[in-house]
Design a protein around this ligand. Structure first.
Ligand SMILES: *[C@@H]1O[C@H](CO)[C@@H](O)[C@H](O)[C@H]1NC(C)=O
Ligand SMILES: *[C@@H]1O[C@H](CO)[C@@H](O)[C@H](O)[C@H]1NC(C)=O
Ligand SMILES: *[C@@H]1O[C@H](CO)[C@@H](O)[C@H](O)[C@H]1NC(C)=O
Ligand SMILES: *[C@@H]1O[C@H](CO)[C@@H](O)[C@H](O)[C@H]1NC(C)=O
Ligand SMILES: *[C@@H]1O[C@H](CO)[C@@H](O)[C@H](O)[C@H]1NC(C)=O
Length: 507
């Protein structure tokens, strides 16, 4: 038998199986919002209407304890697309601009592995990771070759690009992975202030704002919004949140359009749909923090093959580091054996979430790792969240916590600065001083203290717990080749099997 004969027999069988419905092509649609949080009725915020997310939730498992490992855009997106924490894939900070943080050249990312296995890959919207060869996509409409407002916020444009991708899909005999990365509801007061603090006016049809034909803006008054515990309840913050809600209405309607394209192209019954966000909302104690408010993410996973848990909630602790293993599992693609730094093979510490779509799993631990946001914002932190307990290690705790540029000029933060400077009540749950200057170890019992304000790290009664969490965190840091594993009181040896060498620096 010649190999070409064998090949055609193979295709004959496969095509006939497909004809009688035995052959299931599996695809993935990954939707990531930008700085989105729990401002949705899916998570019981009754002040805002997000009917399209709600419809998706009815076909999904809704995760109550999903976390990003890093509260910063590019680093988080790199962890989503590699399954490796920022300290292991190299994307320490933001990718854009002169400083252009990049992942290491040797990283084998999700789109790379999918492409090598014959999956067609597409990205529409905000990419914000690099270098190009590490994150290759067959179809790419991103800020790298267009306007991020158009590919990330103009939901009509996004709809048409999704339509084109799915239409081209009819021409190829490949499964697909489509990554739709909305730029909504990110702030834009720093870059495009004419459109409002959250770009909530972009495309609303008013003079000078342009029109997005598919968007019906939803407006909210400052009195209507729900102010989360970590945001000052002030008129400035309420107006900021109301603008954010309007932008979320564009995101929500955009998600509805994308899902409609998927349905109309006939892919709804064989596509795994994942919705999440990259990091906490851009408010104090949110984005750039490893507290709950900076790392907890919405996560919906909709599998056409697991309808038994549709509409249910999962309380399992899951991480955005789990997305790469989940997608690889869906396509039955193994993770390769290779190394990035040193001789040890890279091992994914996340897990496939597909079992959670069939039955509630007992998972109770997630890890965090942050080094920078902007280049000037060096503030390395590592964390572990196990059950109700969160432990944060602030390696450079003697430095003031840094503030990012777009958040700095936000109405909420300007108001907080003004009130603090004038000695007025801030209506905030922390003081700026307490926010800037943190303890080296922060241990919280989030069940008794959901706002994470009572640090239990120096409480002798919690000593054994502190020790066991520190041990778990260190184990994860070694397993993920964390260059910061010895800090701040020791130096990592440059050896094949390195150890921490003490500095005697008094810490
Ligand atoms: C929403 O509220 C209901 C009723 O209190 C509760 O059972 C449910 O767990 C909440 N869901 C989420 C996602 O927070
Ligand atoms: C962006 O890149 C894609 C290739 O993936 C190309 O087809 C498209 O024309 C480019 N768009 C622009 C505006 O250059
Ligand atoms: C959004 O995209 C559509 C389709 O490309 C276009 O007609 C419309 O003018 C765009 N709107 C804005 C505000 O740029
Ligand atoms: C998807 O499945 C539903 C329910 O089984 C069915 O009504 C619908 O027609 C299917 N759609 C396609 C495109 O096969
Ligand atoms: C903060 O104070 C500055 C200087 O007085 C003022 O220009 C600005 O409008 C104030 N901002 C807010 C949000 O109150």
């Amino acid at each position: 038998m010649t190999s070409s004969y064998k090949f055609s027999v193979f295709w004959f069988i496969l095509l006939n199986l497909c004809a009688i419905g035995e052959c299931k092509q599996r695809n993935v649609l990954l939707i990531i919002a930008d700085d989105a949080g729990f401002e949705t009725d899916v998570y019981n915020n009754t002040a805002i209407r997000t009917p399209h997310l709600h419809a998706l939730a009815r076909r999904s498992v809704v995760f109550r304890n999903a976390f990003t490992s890093v509260s910063s855009c590019s680093p988080s997106r790199s962890t989503i697309l590699t399954g490796l924490p920022q300290h292991q894939n190299g994307m320490y900070g933001l990718h854009q601009g002169t400083h252009h943080f990049n992942s290491f050249d040797g990283v084998q990312s999700l789109p790379l592995l999918l492409g090598q296995s014959g999956v067609r890959t597409g990205i529409i919207g905000k990419k914000h990771v690099g270098p190009g060869p590490v994150y290759p996509f067959d179809f790419a409409y991103t800020e790298e070759n267009g306007s991020v407002l158009q590919v990330g916020r103009n939901i009509t444009r996004i709809k048409l690009l999704v339509r084109r991708f799915l239409w081209e899909q009819q021409e190829v005999d490949q499964p697909f992975f489509l990554y739709v990365a909305f730029h909504d509801p990110h702030r834009c007061g720093h870059s495009q202030p004419q459109y409002g603090a959250f770009c909530e006016k972009f495309g609303n049809g008013e003079s000078g704002m342009g029109r997005i034909p598919d968007w019906t803006p939803q407006h909210y008054t400052p009195e209507q919004v729900k102010v989360p515990y970590f945001i000052p309840d002030t008129p400035a913050a309420r107006a900021d949140l109301a603008a954010q809600y309007t932008t979320i209405s564009r995101l929500d309607q955009g998600i509805g359009l994308v899902l409609k394209e998927l349905r109309e192209a006939g892919f709804e019954n064989d596509t795994l749909v994942i919705y999440s966000s990259d990091n906490g909302i851009p408010f104090p104690n949110g984005r750039t923090n490893l507290y709950w408010s900076g790392t907890a993410e919405p996560l919906l996973i909709s599998s056409p093959e697991h309808p038994q848990r549709w509409g249910q909630e999962s309380h399992a602790y899951v991480s955005l580091l789990d997305i790469t293993p989940t997608v690889l599992d869906w396509f039955s693609i193994p993770y390769p054996s290779y190394s990035i730094m040193g001789a040890d093979p890279v091992r994914l510490t996340g897990r496939s979430l597909l079992p959670a779509l069939a039955a509630e799993p007992p998972w109770d631990t997630v890890f965090g790792s942050q080094s920078l946001h902007e280049v000037t914002m060096y503030y390395p932190m590592r964390s572990v969240h196990q059950g109700p307990y969160r432990l944060v290690h602030n390696l450079n705790f003697k430095m003031p916590f840094p503030i990012d540029q777009d958040f700095y000029i936000s109405p909420t933060f300007q108001d907080l600065l003004n009130r603090t400077q004038a000695g007025q009540p801030t209506a905030w749950f922390k003081t700026l001083r307490g926010y800037y200057y943190r303890d080296r170890w922060e241990l919280y019992d989030t069940r008794a203290d959901p706002a994470e304000t009572q640090n239990l790290a120096s409480d002798p009664a919690h000593g054994p717990l502190l020790e066991s969490l520190r041990t778990r965190l260190l184990k994860w840091q070694w397993a993920t080749a964390d260059p910061w594993v010895c800090g701040p009181d020791a130096v990592l040896e440059a050896k094949l099997t390195p150890q921490c060498r003490p500095l005697f620096n008094g810490l």
